[in-house]
Every structure is written in structure tokens, then in C-alpha cells.
Unconditional design. Structure first.
Length: 165
């Protein structure tokens, strides 16, 4: 198999894994009382691809995963909110990785927090009020907690699958 075919196969596997995790997350009946708070399980795959492949592949995977999971498990607004949060999150995580000063958990925490900030910014535009900004403290805490969990898990997965890479 050529390198291009190999990359396409990996991309297919990563996309499937991210979609499976999105589906599993949609089945979890946890309501946090604040719209937009989720565990972000699919971001586990994004973080791993960001570290083990490239930012381009992570960006493409993120966009494909968001659009597909939005059509499968959400709606147009969930796609718009997730894209805004996902792209901002990815940009910040890329910058943090490039500095070399942060570990996987720190990068993922920043990604989780920025994902929520991106979604909140779009929500302010969509509903045409700044009052949704009152959710910011809760969203920052949730981004910190879920980002830490995803980062720790991603680090463990990368350690345990080192021979694959």
C-alpha cells in the first residue's frame, strides 16, 4: 500500500472512531442544566491526531466529524456552534503544541475552554444578546474539567499505542 492509501485508511478509522464517540456521547443521559455542556468524547481522537499526525489532518477530521455528527445526531445549529468552537479550539491547541511548553492535558484543557468560548461567541450573535455570556463561568469550568479528562486519556492512549505509530 502506498503512503497516500495508508493515510486514507487511517483517516477513515479516525473518522469512524470520532463518530462512534459522538454517538456514544449522544446516548449518555446526563443533563448539566446549561445548554452546550458535553463531555467532548470525540475530541479525544482530534487531540491524538493533532499530536500523532498533523494539524491539517486534525482540522479536516474535526470538520468532517462535526458535519457528519451534526447531520446524524444534531441539527444545523449544532453544526454551526460546533464548527465555531472546534476551529477556535484547534487553532489554540496548535499554537500551544508549537510552543512546546504544554503537556497533552494542558493543551486539551485550553482546547476545551476555547471550544466553549467559540460556541458562546456564536450564540451571542445568533440570539443577538450578550446575556448568554452569563453562562461563561460554568462553561469555562466544564471546559477545564472535560479538557483535563480528554487530555489525560489521550496521553494514556498515545502511550499504550506507541508501537502503532
Amino acid at each position: 500500500m502506498t503512503e497516500r492509501h495508508n493515510n486514507a485508511a487511517y483517516f477513515g478509522v479516525f473518522t469512524a472512531l470520532a463518530l462512534i464517540l459522538s454517538y456514544v456521547e449522544s446516548l449518555i443521559p446526563i443533563q448539566f442544566g446549561v445548554p452546550g455542556i458535553k463531555l467532548g468524547l470525540a475530541n479525544l481522537i482530534i487531540v491524538i491526531v493533532l499530536y500523532k499526525k498533523s494539524w491539517r489532518e486534525a482540522l479536516l477530521l474535526s470538520v468532517v466529524r462535526i458535519v457528519l455528527s451534526g447531520f446524524l445526531f444534531g441539527n444545523l445549529f449544532s453544526i454551526i456552534y460546533s464548527l465555531s468552537g472546534g476551529i477556535l479550539s484547534l487553532l489554540v491547541m496548535c499554537f500551544m503544541i508549537k510552543t512546546g511548553r504544554f503537556g497533552t492535558a494542558g493543551v486539551s484543557i485550553a482546547g476545551g475552554v476555547c471550544h466553549n468560548i467559540g460556541q458562546l461567541a456564536v450564540a451571542m450573535v445568533v440570539v443577538e444578546t450578550y446575556q448568554v455570556g452569563y453562562y461563561l463561568p460554568v462553561l469555562l469550568i466544564s471546559g477545564l474539567v472535560t479538557g483535563a479528562l480528554i487530555g489525560i486519556t489521550a496521553n494514556e492512549v498515545m502511550k499504550r499505542t506507541k508501537s502503532i505509530w
